[in-house]
Design a protein around this ligand. Sequence first.
Ligand code: PEP
Ligand code: MN
Length: 305
Amino acid sequence: MNVPQSYRLVRRDARAERTVVRLRTGATFGGDEIAICAGPCGVESAEQLETAARAVAAAGANVLRGGAYKPRTSPYSFQGLGEEGLKLLRHAADRHHLAVVTEVMDPRDVEKVVRYADMLQIGARNMQNFPLLREAGATRTPVLLKRGLSATVQEWLLAAEYVLLGGNESVVLCERGVRSFDPATRNVLDISVVPLLEDMTHLPVIVDPSHAVGIARLVPPIAVASVAAGAHGLLIEVHPDPASALSDGAQSLDCAQFEALMRRLAPVAEVAGRRLPRRYRVVSTESASKPDSAVRSSSSGVRLA
Ligand code: PEP
Ligand code: MN
């Protein structure tokens, strides 16, 4: 594999070991355990987020996703709730023992977003926003770097290089499909980058099948294929009522569909030599009514499933 010298920090042989990115909650990307990031495209209300967070946690996800700052093609579309959305994310995630990954679009917002989030998402449209990459590189908050809409693997790795150069070594790459000539699906998932990047970089790679295909019915089979191909995690859009979603409803799974996907994934992860995140289960009725205290008291009420 011909890897240019300009990938000084991200290239596979820059490290003896592969990078394992660990979030504050214990969720990891790059180890034996797969990270499952799930939640709505956008944070819309406390009720919507609480329902989604409860459902994805119960199904075994370990990271709550949701946009508070939304990159929308039209300036007239829902733009996100801003800082109010960040507060709702933190609250819902803490209640359900999840980490938070959320998008930051503006370098001036990085300081604010890191106060609420465990992981900064840099979206496809901002993959080459170099001031944003540098600002994220100056933090010590892990970064989820999505592939640009039509970015080459080289451009993507060099974008990651900017973050590492700032001293932030916790970067996870996320394949989310690239533009093609064919509008049959929203994008085309380049699943080959999963094993390709394994040879090129020590950084973990996850797949976002939701934005890749744009059609909810296609998300589960493509999620399964991604894990089989060796992805270190998944990013899945889940909405309690996809038909009423303010963004990306067509590609969002409802809570029952997400639970069914998690069941389907478990044996595939095992065949790929990985496992799904461990999860806490509330076993006593008394603790079930108080999820916050239940999760923290390890002696009673909660079992590791
Ligand atoms: C998102 O995750 O909701 C999003 C906008 O993704 P992308 O940047 O991949 O389009
Ligand atoms: Mn989305």
